[in-house]
Design a protein around this ligand. Structure first.
Ligand code: SF4
Ligand code: SF4
Length: 96
């Protein structure tokens, strides 16, 4: 059975190495830490990374208090990522 991973529909954190024109090109991001629905894949560098031919998607998410989280995976149809207090956060996060 093929499993669809939720796409990063847009990401406004343009200084991230994986970001080009507000699109994420990391193959699979990891979301969540102890306090925020943070994009753990965020990386600031002069080097651009990722695969230009793909749109990034959520590989895993540790925010188990989000209503879209099922068994530490994201079940949303897609997510938005934006700057929140100086770091990249999943803005689709919604507390159960
Ligand atoms: S979703 Fe994360 S890895 Fe992708 S461009 Fe945004 S901050 Fe970077
Ligand atoms: S919508 Fe919820 S489950 Fe999906 S990546 Fe964001 S915080 Fe994680």
């Amino acid at each position: 059975m093929a499993i669809e991973t939720p796409k990063v529909l847009d990401c406004s954190v343009t200084e991230c190495s994986y970001n080009t024109n507000k699109a994420c090109h990391a193959i699979a991001i990891t979301v969540g830490d102890s306090t925020c629905a943070m994009c753990d894949t965020y990386y600031k560098s002069s080097q651009k990374g990722g695969a230009m031919e793909i749109t990034g998607s959520v590989g895993a998410c540790k925010e188990d208090d989000c209503k879209f989280n099922k068994s530490l995976e994201c079940a949303a149809s897609g997510i938005h990522v934006a700057n929140h207090m100086g770091h990249a956060d999943c803005s689709t996060y919604s507390r159960r």
